[in-house]
Design a binder for this molecule. Structure first.
Ligand code: FAD
Length: 416
């Protein structure tokens, strides 16, 4: 008999898969999520942006996430030598929440997918998607389970939320190189033992290397006294920093005075992990019977913690369009999904470019920024990268360039 196995098949149970699954299941569609691993599973990407809270609410997962009791986050702090600048997300230009959390992802992702399950989605763990046949009405996935058993799943629509797995990018030959330079990340979790009087745990700390301005660090404290720490640098520089990734990470952390001080009593609780060349792009985010969400599509750079925000944004743009299409409406995926999603991504890309070419650090470390401008920057850094009423969204490059020039002139004026 010619019935599909499910209305919607979703590859991957990370935040983008869980959010799309929860939204669609709540609307009454049958949803089947196929996840290669067994949860809880580790993934990097622990600092959320306040914009996420809007998306979690919309797919009905906010309460499930809240139950995690995570470390609150109200901003981002930046350090560079003696410079320290804190950006408070609550003092921002755009409407919307001004706070969020810093989350161990094994716990957060599990809560989200359990929430999607509670909403009615079926989730199969230990099932890897290995092949795909595109079709506007009946796309088909080939799967392999942990026992090596192969089977096919026919759906009426497929969402690829496979993150670093990049399943459809590979199988449909959609990969294209990112415009960003190749960088590597080394990271671990620590029992941080940081003196609470000395450090604001409610913010991510981004540090700039004293002599390599394109090298940066993150410190993301969790509720339970642990923290995520990492460094991002060119492969060559990391290679020269030590003989093993463990040595390289700790050597690099030791080179930044504030990090060295804060982490002097820290002990690692995970093995150091490495991701090489994390930036990725894709020629298009949709095709016959499928759309691509989150990291399975484009990934920029982690410096502004935009990954989960973009993942959730893409899920909540796609899900209502999937519903329309299943209900028989014509959907313009290029116009109504890909273009608006890419617009927000483009805002972040401008900020990432401005971070690495020095314009943004000039702005961030400027001691007396105009309050209104500070709010506009805070809005983008809080994830409101789609709010075109914000001049730093509508004309990111021009605004960042002229502001950076003004900051440079100011600092020359006050220099002795
Ligand atoms: P994922 O969370 O990666 O989930 C994809 C799921 O698909 C996985 O569970 C995987 O097992 C499954 N899967 C893969 N292949 C298959 C297959 N063939 N079949 C079935 N299942 C499959 N983001 C932030 O928001 N904040 C941060 O602070 C941050 N820091 C980062 C630091 C670094 C160094 C890097 C590289 C990234 C960082 N990110 C951060 C980005 C973040 O990791 C991702 O954006 C986020 O996890 C994307 O969610 P997702 O749902 O798209 O994919």
């Amino acid at each position: 008999e010619d019935r599909p196995d499910t209305d919607v098949a979703i590859i991957g149970a990370g935040p983008s898969g869980a959010a799309a699954a929860a939204w669609l299941a709540r609307k009454g569609y049958s949803v089947r999520v196929l996840e290669r691993t067994h949860f809880p599973r580790f993934v990097i990407g622990e600092s959320l942006l306040p914009q996420c809270m809007v998306h979690l609410e919309r797919c009905g997962l906010l309460e499930a996430a809240k139950a995690g009791g995570y470390q609150p986050k109200n901003g981002a702090a930046f350090c560079r030598g003696d410079d320290y600048a804190a950006i408070d997300f609550r003092d921002k230009f755009s409407d919307g929440p001004g706070t969020t959390w810093q989350v161990p992802r094994e716990d957060f992702d599990q809560r989200l997918i359990e929430g999607a399950r509670a909403a009615g989605a079926r989730v199969d763990f230990g099932v890897s998607v290995s092949d795909f046949r595109a079709d506007p009405f009946r796309p088909r996935l080939s799967c392999v389970d942990d026992d090596g058993k192969c089977f096919d799943i026919e759906a009426r629509f497929v969402l690829d939320a496979s993150g670093y797995g990049r399943v459809l990018a590979r199988l449909e030959a959609l990969d294209r190189p990112s415009s960003l330079a190749t960088r590597c990340a080394l990271f671990t979790h620590v029992e941080d033992r940081i003196d609470r009087a000395e450090h604001d745990r409610d913010k991510i700390l981004i540090g700039v290397h004293p002599t390599h301005p394109d090298v940066w660090y993150w410190l993301i404290p969790f509720r339970d006294g642990r923290a995520s720490v990492g460094v991002v640098a060119s492969p060559e520089l990391l290679e020269s920093a030590g003989d093993s990734d463990d040595q390289r990470l700790w050597a690099m952390l030791g080179q930044e005075p504030r990090y060295a001080r804060l982490l002097k009593d820290a002990t690692a609780t995970r093995e150091v992990q490495r991701i090489d060349g994390y930036s990725a792009d894709i020629t298009r985010l949709h095709g016959p019977g499928y759309a691509i969400l989150g990291n399975a599509g484009e990934f920029l750079d982690p410096v502004f913690s935009s990954g989960v925000t973009i993942a959730l944004d893409s899920a909540l743009r796609a899900a209502p369009l999937v519903a329309d299409q299943l209900d028989g409406d014509a959907v313009n995926w290029a116009q109504d999904f890909e273009a608006p999603l890419r617009r927000g991504v483009a805002t972040f890309r401008e900020f990432v470019d401005a971070w690495y070419d020095g314009r943004l650090p000039r702005v961030i470390f400027h001691p007396d920024q105009q309050p209104r401008v500070r709010q506009m920057i805070a809005s983008v850094l809080a994830g409101y990268a789609w709010d075109i009423d914000n001049p730093f969204v509508a004309a990111s490059r021009r605004r960042l360039t002229s502001l950076a020039e003004r900051c440079e002139l100011d600092s020359q004026a006050v220099a002795p």
